[in-house]
Design a protein around this ligand. Structure first.
Ligand code: SF4
Length: 958
């Protein structure tokens, strides 16, 4: 595929790692299409990926360095960072400094940060937001396999006969992978079991949903292990030849009776038995797990309890048979590979292993490699709070929103003597606390690699110029290192140099003893890096095979050094240090034949991709693992309840997670009106009976409180939620909502092995938020300085939409409305409707023929057609007759109200779909798609459409 199709790059959101074709247009916009040739997605993107082009504007970007709130030069900012980190180390020791980095970084950025901290500052205090995502899976892999090896591939999901999805709303969090699974299920009749406390969108394709009690997965899988043994389903030959430790693990598993398991999990005995029998009878089984397993104080044990069942049945290393950790972030895996976690060294080597430290020390020519692991995320910020960290550098992440006990994290960062934040966004909850702000290059501007959940390394490629003074993260780190006296070791010309160095280190002293080895790319040059096609590790071949190169011819442009791109002399050029490309091959890579992997060989039909094989590499197919004896280890996994115990004061359990169309703290997806149209307000899901007990009605505001903080969010009553449980999404923050940072509620208890915090089982209480008034508003300009008790703002086409509420009503509604809709503007005409008796007030403000804003106020949650009202901002002219209609908050009889957006791609609303189902006879997702196009592009909404159809059928039957 040539340049005309666009630049081949990779989506920056979830761990599926979909290939994207990005094509800049003459008007400055960028056309985004799915890459039909990428083996992760074969021509599909989800709603987030599809909307990438809407998130590339410079609005809100951090474009220049800042020191103490004022714009500075790069030289001043970098010199200050170098000087403060140097003086902290000199005065207080290496462990007085810390980096908190991100799975958003490219591997090359990550490599540079890790090298500076662990190789040259002499501390292991570099940890990452991936600690919040999949550290428990890493720890479980290391315990079982002797290395952080993910044994599964996406193709395994497609050739399995049974897929068990544990703790993952795959339909919303890994949508393209979910679509691949759903398509395979259609083709092959794959059985799907979903284990999740909530009945999520993923359950729409489930043959069996086990609504498990939060935190009880170990009990369920221990019972499964015992059942496999008791029913004669163990693979005795595999166990004898390739594993150790079954007896102890089995003895522990048998300590729980079926009654115990039913009590602990809250599941029906019949459902448990059905799951066990299905698993036992199905040879080709994949167990895919994600944050619901990992984000737990028993997360590592949960993952090992799953792996135990696969080892016991020999269901690993075969097509369609694997335990499979699905990562949340686009480059969580890349961070693991370079040692971005505080307890790892580079290239999957161990800090505690002197031989490994020696390899890295020699390779980097580093003055000192720490012998002890550094501080993991939760402990890192506690050390900041205790004043032990004197200089902190946060890169590409927003811990004031995403960390547990987030209010305490904010207080700690605010009190830290010196805080640096590298980011692409000017105003986040975390950048507000920085002493130094460094403008980083964003997606589409930077160049490097990422690794997805199936160990596939893909290129992210630049297709836009660097705006303002933004720079790639690796360059920023290298410049600080240079100013600290380490220029030789950071003398890279570009990301290709770093990738080659990373590849050489992965092969150094390896000889097949370590899983991560990409020595095949040790000599990659700029041209090869530009053309690099997606590949899976390990890739141990000694030289770059032509077959591993991309077939594209020119779509991967060489990324120039940012200063070269500007015609500036590069301060890094001409370096000759240990990190320089082809300057130092010491120690030489010693490529060896890979001992185990082989192609999956499964030829599959991919929609949009034709016949083809992703070339998936199957690990452990020979039954050899990376433990000293080459055997996989069963792990004893005693059941432990979550750290927090429900009480009379906090009787509920709070779960957190993602929604379909937002990513992390919304700094990018929040820019897209389309993505905001799906769920534009933070909410709490609660079972109707729990809500009734507390006098909470659907759409009321509710206050959720834990011992750590509180939020006020919209109540969403649903029987898809278990009794006794709450769910609040993780995305909203202080820049777009008054009080909705769920991280502030979450307890900081961590898994004793992985250090991953328990994000899904904090005890909580909920009460109705007693607002005396509610309002919905649309505005053509971004509102600022909102001072109501409750507010949430979201971008809409043509402006903004706003939810408001207050405890006490303003004295003068007209004054309030004018202040919101017409502040500082001349010539605004205000139209009003008042019904003081019912407490209803409506105002519409017009700037000439156009709508400047409208607000709908009521004593109860406002019932207006929000999508329609917001759409009026785009109307070039609103005639006098329609202005009164606007105050009614609904379209007239001649215009249908589409309702809340379900299909983001074609902007098809809920009401439109309901009408197609009830009046149009569309009783399948395909029929709805044929009638409305909904669900026919990215497919992210297909499970919601299925749910709407099912709900309407129930209504009809009732
Ligand atoms: Fe991006 Fe969606 Fe693919 Fe994830 S599934 S990588 S968010 S397009």
């Amino acid at each position: 595929m040539g340049q005309s199709a666009g630049v081949r790059t990779t989506c920056p959101y979830c761990g599926v790692g979909c290939g994207v074709l990005a094509k800049p247009q003459p008007d400055g916009s960028v056309t985004i299409k799915a890459d039909p040739a990428h083996p992760a997605n074969f021509g599909r993107l989800c709603s987030k990926g599809t909307a990438l082009g809407e998130t590339l504007g410079l609005e809100g970007r951090l474009l220049h360095p800042h020191v103490d709130g004022r714009r500075s030069s790069w030289d001043e900012a970098l010199s200050l960072v170098a000087q403060r980190f140097h003086s902290a180390v000199a005065r207080h020791g290496p462990d007085s400094v810390a980096f908190y980095v991100s799975g958003q970084l490219l591997t090359e950025d990550y490599y540079a940060a890790n090298k500076l901290m662990k190789g040259f500052l002499g501390s292991a205090n570099i940890d990452t937001n991936s600690r919040l995502c999949m550290a428990s899976a890493v720890a479980a892999h290391k315990r079982a396999f002797g290395a952080d090896t993910v044994p599964g591939c996406y193709e395994d999901l497609e050739v399995a006969d049974l897929v068990v999805v544990v703790g993952s709303n795959m339909a919303w969090c890994h949508p393209v992978l979910f679509q691949r699974l759903a398509a395979a299920r259609e083709r092959n009749g794959t059985q799907v079991v979903v284990i999740d406390p909530r009945r999520t969108a993923t359950c729409e394709i489930a043959d069996l949903h086990l609504a498990i009690a939060p935190g009880s997965d170990v009990a369920l899988f221990s019972g499964l292990l015992a059942h496999l043994a008791d029913s004669g389903q163990l693979d005795e030959a595999f166990i004898a030849a390739h594993t150790s430790g079954l007896d102890a693990a089995l003895a522990e598993a048998r300590s729980l009776s079926r009654d115990d398991i039913a009590r602990l999990t809250g599941l029906d005995a019949a459902d448990i038995a059905a799951f066990y029998e299905l698993f036992a009878a199905t040879e080709r089984t994949v167990t895919a797990f994600s944050q619901g397993v990992n984000q737990s104080t028993a997360g590592t044990d949960k993952a090992n309890a799953i792996i135990n069942c696969h080892l016991a049945t020999g269901r690993i290393g075969k097509p369609g048979a694997a335990p499979f950790s699905i990562t949340g972030q686009p480059n969580a895996m890349g961070g693991r590979e370079v040692g971005g976690l505080a307890n790892m060294l580079a290239a999957h080597m161990e800090i505690g292993d002197e031989a490994h430290r020696s390899i890295v020390r020699d390779f980097w020519r580093a003055p000192g490699i720490p012998e002890q692991p550094g501080l993991k995320a939760v402990d890192l910020f506690r050390a900041v709070a205790e004043g032990r960290i004197k200089a902190l550098w946060i890169m590409a992440t927003n811990p004031v929103v995403s960390m547990p006990e987030a209010d305490a994290v904010a207080t700690a960062i605010a009190a830290c003597p010196f805080v640096v934040v590298s980011d692409v966004v000017r105003d986040t909850d975390t950048t507000r606390l920085a002493d130094v702000l460094l403008p980083a290059a964003a997606w589409g501007e930077k160049d490097g690699t990422v690794t997805n959940s199936e160990r596939r390394i893909s290129r992210q490629r630049a297709f836009r110029p660097l705006p303002g003074e933004a720079r790639p993260d690796w360059w920023i780190v290298a410049e600080v290192a240079r100013r600290m006296g380490f220029a030789d070791a950071f003398a890279w010309r570009g990301p290709a140099d770093i990738f080659a160095e990373h590849a050489r280190l992965s092969a150094a002293g390896n000889g097949g003893t370590r899983d991560f080895d990409i020595g095949a790319y040790a000599d990659i040059d700029d041209e090869g890096f530009a053309a690099l096609a997606p590949f899976q590790w390990p890739a141990r071949q000694p030289s770059l095979s032509p077959s591993l190169r991309g077939e594209g011819e020119g779509e991967g442009q060489r990324q120039t050094h940012p200063d070269e791109a500007r015609g500036l002399p590069s301060p890094l050029r001409g370096g000759d240090g240990g990190g320089g490309r082809k300057k130092d091959r010491s120690p030489s890579p010693t490529p060896t034949p890979d001992p185990s992997p082989r192609p999956c060989g499964a030829w599959l039909r991919h929609e949009g991709g034709g016949e083809g094989c992703g070339g998936a590499v199957q690990l452990f197919s020979d039954g050899r693992f990376f433990t000293p004896d080459g055997k996989a280890r069963f792990v004893v996994t005693p059941f432990r309840a979550p750290a927090s115990t429900a009480s009379a004061e906090y009787p509920l359990v709070l779960n957190t997670g993602r929604v379909r169309d937002q990513w992390h703290t919304m700094t990018r997806t929040g820019l897209s009106p389309r993505l905001n149209a799906h769920l534009s307000e933070p909410f709490v899901e609660i079972h109707p009976d729990d809500a009734a007990d507390r006098g909470i009605a659907d759409a009321d505001l509710a206050e959720v409180t834990t011992t750590h903080g509180r939020v006020v969010v919209r109540a969403l009553l649903t029987t898809r939620q278990r009794r006794g449980a709450l769910f609040v999404p993780m995305h909203w923050n202080a820049t777009n909502a008054s009080l909705a940072r769920v991280g502030a509620l979450v307890c900081g208890a961590t898994d004793p092995v992985s250090g991953q915090p328990e994000m899904k089982a904090s005890v909580a209480r909920i009460a109705r938020f007693e607002a005396s008034w509610h309002a919905f508003a649309v505005l053509d300009r971004e509102p600022s300085g909102i001072e109501t008790d409750y507010w949430v703002k979201a971008r809409a086409k043509g402006g903004w939409r706003l939810e408001l509420a207050g405890v006490a009503a303003p004295e003068d509604w007209t004054h309030f409305a004018r202040g919101l809709l017409a502040a500082g503007r001349d010539g605004i005409e205000l139209l009003a409707y008042h019904d003081a008796a019912s407490g209803r007030y409506r105002f519409a403000a017009f700037d000439g023929d156009r709508l400047a804003g409208a607000i709908f106020i009521a004593r109860e949650p406002v019932a207006v057609s929000r999508a329609w009202a917001a759409s009026q901002l785009c109307e070039p002219e609103i005639e006098p007759r329609r202005r009164l209609q606007l105050l009614a908050g609904r379209p007239g009889a001649e215009t249908k109200d589409a309702g809340a957006i379900v299909c983001a791609c074609f902007e098809v609303g809920l009401n439109t779909i309901i009408e197609a189902v009830t009046s149009g006879g569309c009783l399948s997702v395909e029929a709805v798609g044929a009638a409305l196009k909904a669900g026919t592009n990215c497919g992210s909404c297909r499970s919601e459409i299925a749910r709407i159809i099912a709900d309407r059928r129930l209504v009809k039957a009732g």
